[in-house]
Design a binder for this molecule. Structure first.
Ligand code: GLA
Length: 697
């Protein structure tokens, strides 16, 4: 794979640049400060539609010309936005049908941002026209390094319930099911007299007296993701045609947006002249620690990209949209940025360059804060610029993972429909909790789609995989037969891709593979807990199950299913092995899985964090997976490796106290050569270019 953004030197550094909010005299100072900070890439015109097209069809590019020219003169490259995320007010007034309708059936209005129905052909045409105008004018501009389509698709308008969306939904369903018989079967409409006899009767899941049809809810979420994707692809295609060779991206939100099926998006964002970029903001008051939040979002971004990606936005300090917006203490700006780089980002960009004086984001931190350059934030911004320049050798290096966590968006959506056995079984939360358990153990993980090629992984975890199609079942079965280790979490494998219960025994998709039978769910009341006979504790959920073809590793010691199996393990038997000479046998012989002989585990309750960590740590160890590097508590270690073997060890001390790590190499950030232990100050960081001995290992 070549350089992610060929138009810049080294790692990318910069942020969203909104000079339209400032008098032109400020622009020259901006460029001078960008140079001082080592900025080499800024995103321009992200919300520029109103000034780029002030009246229908009247495009005015003088201001953007001056901005682009000024940046180029200062040696700063531009990530030019297509500006389609926020149509001007004149547009919404002229085309009120392009305004989105919410789930309650209310038409939302302009005066904020993303006031768009993604299915609107009128919006799509106008967005395409603007993109085309921009591409024609700036394709050859020397400042242009990449294109930034839209901004955070579905951030505020994930689902639109208007008439236009309803018609598009019907078309989407026709393409999926062919005829009404197929639709009725998929949605199980024999239930509650819901049978459709005419396509015109089909509508988005608008308010109903009680729960709507789960198949309808699920398909509407799939449809909505596809509609946003169609908007992206249309703009991207214009850019590819008119501005060939310049990479195109759109900024995802892998840590916070679970409304788009990013696995379906990934192929549209990868390949020649495309790249995956991501925005990430810490949630200050959240059960998961900040660095674990970063690790999840960054690991998912890398997994979608299949390698390096770009952090398009994060914050220098506080955001403005949480109940209490916690600032970043000294050092965290740098550490958070490097945490993303460690997990594959080819740089770090922020929202935004200069703090806004007006508007709803005026209290959001920026690279140039309201306090000006005599500030902690500015000094750290300059320091980060130096660090990123020093990290040029890391560009292109890959973050390696031997563990995959399965994440399937539609499965998690299905689980979010009403009338589940317990409201506490939220898939996205559980997947992040398992990811955090690995993060605490220092084990780097990828995220993967259940149908993906898993042969490179020694361990695969399916923390919450409620809905599974036959392809995924076959894939996991093949992985196990090839000697892999699989751990399945509670309430998994129960329904098909249409949210219909799979044939008995439960869990239909996994009963044979796990060697178990679930007879009945036994959720716990709020705050309830059960003890296991191995000393562990489970929360939220238990199951009445038997293990006809698996070893019982732990039983419930109390609770509604006392005495029954809680954790099971089915070891691969000789009968499971692939026939000699088969493709699976070849891959087993040559692949990385299979060192432990293969086993399928089932965890039928939600083990509390410490017990989950212990269980997964033990299984990982047995599968031959350990931490990236041994470190004391509070220190995070992640390795990136170049194809030629050169490796870089990122050490991030999240604690306040100094820490020592047994490691050697040249710290790229300081130039210091370490032969013995590396001493990290409280909150400190190091990036070691490791000696060849380690590289060879
Ligand atoms: C998102 C948006 C930005 C800005 C930030 C604030 O990432 O893309 O325009 O609103 O949030 O945190």
């Amino acid at each position: 794979m070549g350089k992610l953004v060929p138009g810049i030197r080294g790692m990318a550094y910069g942020g969203d640049y909104n000079p339209e909010q400032w008098p032109e005299q400020v622009w020259a100072e901006d460029v001078a400060l960008m140079r001082e900070a080592g900025v080499n890439l800024v995103s321009v015109a992200v919300f520029g539609w109103a000034w780029l097209e002030p009246a229908p069809g009247r495009y005015e590019f003088d201001k953007l010309d001056r901005i682009m020219d000024g940046l180029h003169a200062g040696g700063i490259a531009v990530d030019l936005a297509t500006a389609t995320a926020s149509p001007p007010i004149w547009f919404s007034r002229a085309h009120p049908e392009t305004l989105p309708v919410d789930a309650a059936g209310r038409r939302l209005t302009y005066g904020s941002r993303q006031a768009i129905c993604p299915s609107s052909p009128v919006y799509r045409r106008a967005a395409r026209d603007l993109t085309e105008q921009l591409a024609r004018r700036y394709a050859g501009h020397p400042a242009l390094a990449m294109w930034h389509v839209h901004n955070e698709y579905a951030c505020h308008n994930a689902h639109c319930y208007c008439e236009v969306s309803a018609a598009a939904f019907r078309d989407w369903l026709r393409a999926r099911y062919g005829d009404l018989a197929g639709l009725n079967d998929a949605w199980g409409t024999a239930f509650w007299s819901q049978t459709y006899t005419d396509w015109e009767q089909v509508q988005p899941p608008l308010p109903t007296p009680t729960s709507a049809n789960p198949g309808q809810l699920l398909d509407f979420r799939r449809f909505s993701s596809d509609e946003h994707l169609a908007c992206f692809s249309a703009e991207r295609d214009v850019l590819h045609e008119l501005s060939p060779g310049v990479p195109v991206t759109t900024n995802l939100m892998t840590g916070s947006c679970f409304n788009l099926d990013y696995w379906a998006w990934a192929p549209e964002l990868t390949g020649p002249d495309r790249l995956v970029s991501n925005d990430h903001y810490l949630l200050g008051e959240h059960p998961l620690p900040g660095p674990a939040q970063i690790a999840f979002a960054a690991d998912l971004s890398r997994s979608l990209a299949g390698g390096p990606w770009l952090l398009m936005e994060h914050s220098t300090s506080a955001v403005n949209w949480q109940p209490r917006n916690l600032r970043k203490p000294a050092g965290q700006l740098v550490r958070d940025s490097l945490a993303h780089v460690a997990r594959g980002s080819e740089g770090a960009l922020f929202f935004q360059w200069r703090a806004s004086r007006a508007g709803s984001e005026k209290w959001h931190s920026a690279m140039v804060p309201h306090a000006g350059t005599d500030s902690k934030i500015w000094r750290e911004v300059v320091q980060l610029g130096r660090h990123l320049r020093a990290l040029a050798p890391v560009e292109g290096a890959r973050t390696e993972a031997r563990v995959a966590l399965l994440l399937d968006y539609p499965s998690a959506w299905a689980q979010e429909a009403p009338n589940q056995p317990s409201t506490e079984m939220v898939a996205f939360e559980e997947i992040r909790r398992w990811h955090t358990a690995l993060w605490r153990a220092g084990i780097t993980a990828d995220l993967a789609h259940p149908g993906a090629d898993l042969t490179g992984y020694r361990l695969v975890l399916a923390p919450a995989l409620y809905a599974v199609d036959d392809t995924a079942v076959a894939n996991l079965d093949g992985y196990l037969r090839a000697g892999g280790t699989l751990v399945v979490g509670a309430y998994s494998g129960l329904v098909d891709g249409c949210d219909r219960v799979r044939p008995a025994p439960l869990p239909g998709a996994f009963a044979a593979l796990l060697g178990i039978r679930v007879e009945e769910f036994a959720p716990l009341p709020a705050g309830g807990a059960v003890r296991l006979d191995d000393g562990g504790t489970g929360a939220n959920w238990t199951e009445e199950l038997t293990a006809p073809d698996a070893e019982v590793v732990a039983h419930y010691a109390d609770g509604p299913t006392a005495g029954g199996p809680a954790i099971t393990r089915r070891a691969a038997t000789p009968a499971d092995r692939p026939p000699a000479g088969s493709e699976a046998a070849e891959s087993e012989a040559g692949g990385t899985i299979g060192t432990a002989g293969g086993a399928a585990w089932y965890v039928s309750t939600r083990l509390v964090d410490a017990d989950l960590g212990r269980l997964l740590g033990g299984i990982a160890e047995a599968a031959g997976v350990g931490p990236d590097h041994p470190v004391p508590p509070g220190v995070e270690a992640i390795r990136r490796r170049q194809p030629d073997g050169r490796s870089y060890l990122f050490l991030l001390n999240h604690g306040d106290d100094p820490a020592e790590v047994a490691a050697a190499g040249v710290d790229l950030l300081t130039g210091t050569e370490h032969f013995g232990p590396v001493r990290l100050a409280g909150g400190g960081v190091a990036v070691l270019a490791e000696p060849p001995a380690r590289t060879a290992a």
